[in-house]
Design a protein around this ligand. Structure first.
Ligand SMILES: [Zn+2]
Length: 320
């Protein structure tokens, strides 16, 4: 028997079959769903699951249930998709019921970061602990909370939105939510260009000469890969940006620590490929703030599952 996991992104739709021991047996990835309406998105999910099934010579009756990761708010447990910036036709849409009717299988729909949290908790860097927080930084910032071995969803399913914690209230940087100084506005793929510009202006203001990292011709073109490479090559501008990112993540983790007292914080997402300088800054900012209020060590570590955290987590949704 398998669990099916569907990672529904703004550009990518991936459907995987996961065995009961947490192995991905087949995965089908397509990119043509995002221009269609809600029915076309459902059709793409069904097609990808059927294709994955045919690769392992199985049928829909071999699936226990389907878990869907949704990139936005989800009303739990109804599986109504509330808001999303990438798939506007799915605002206020009963995704769980529609997909369940199309496949004739039980379906669970949850926020993507919540599902990745479950994946890391059961199969990745969260193994062996009871209280864990997952923080993922890619284009945006998301997260999830495990309390006493269970995913905590809050009253209506929107707990763990660490990206909108305000970490710099006086900041002029606006978050997509409209507030100023949210963690997502200060640290994410979305924030990189603004941070790079601000940091280079600061260098100029202080009369400090700087160079762009190799391969980067214009500050506006700086991406995560160039940033990491630049920092490893001792590029001061890149190191300064990474230290700023690490500082805000350290402040964010400190806030989470004070509220939830987790035993472990797992960091995932694209920007987590940043060099050790990032992690060292996160650790030192966190410890500096926590100081005498730290009684036991908080274990901050990188996620282990990368892009597969979601599909694996979808298989855990049925026990969570
Ligand atoms: Zn925000």
């Amino acid at each position: 028997m398998y669990y099916a996991g569907i990672d529904l992104g703004g550009t990518k739709l991936s459907a995987g079959l996961v065995t009961e021991t947490g192995e991905v047996a087949a995965e089908v990835v397509t990119y043509d769903h995002c221009t269609g309406d809600e029915q076309e998105i459902i059709n793409c999910m069904v097609r990808n699951i059927d294709k994955a099934l045919s690769r392992v010579h199985a049928g829909r009756s071999d699936i226990r249930g389907v878990g869907v990761l949704f990139p936005g708010h989800v009303r739990w447990p109804e599986g109504i998709t509330l808001t999303t910036s990438n798939l506007p036709t799915l605002r206020n849409y009963p995704l769980k019921d529609a997909l369940s009717a199309a496949l004739n299988l039980p379906v669970v729909v949850d926020n993507d970061a919540n599902v990745q949290t479950l994946g890391e908790y059961k199969y990745g860097a969260g193994r062996g602990c009871r209280h864990m927080v997952f923080l993922t930084v890619s284009t945006g910032v998301g997260g999830g909370i495990i309390i006493d071995g269970h995913l905590y969803r809050g009253a209506t399913g929107t707990a763990g939105e660490f990206g909108h914690m305000i970490v710099e209230a006086s900041s002029s940087v606006t978050c997509p939510c409209g507030n100023h100084g949210c963690l997502m506005a200060m640290v994410s793929g979305l924030a990189l260009r603004q941070t790079a510009k601000r940091t280079s202006d600061q260098f100029v203001h202080e009369g400090k000469p700087f160079e762009l990292p190799s391969g980067c011709l214009d500050i506006d073109d700086l991406d995560g890969h160039m940033l990491s490479k630049g920092a490893m090559e001792s590029n001061e501008l890149c190191q300064s940006i990474i230290k700023e990112f690490g500082t805000y993540i350290g402040i964010g983790i400190y806030n989470v620590f004070q509220v939830l007292n987790p035993e472990r914080v797992v960091l995932g997402g694209g920007l987590m490929n940043l060099p050790d300088l990032f992690f060292k800054t996160v650790q030192s900012v966190f410890l500096d703030k926590a100081k005498a209020m730290m009684y036991d060590r908080l274990d901050i570590r990188r996620g282990e599952l990368g892009g597969q955290a979601g599909i694996l987590g979808a298989s855990v949704l049925f026990d969570a």
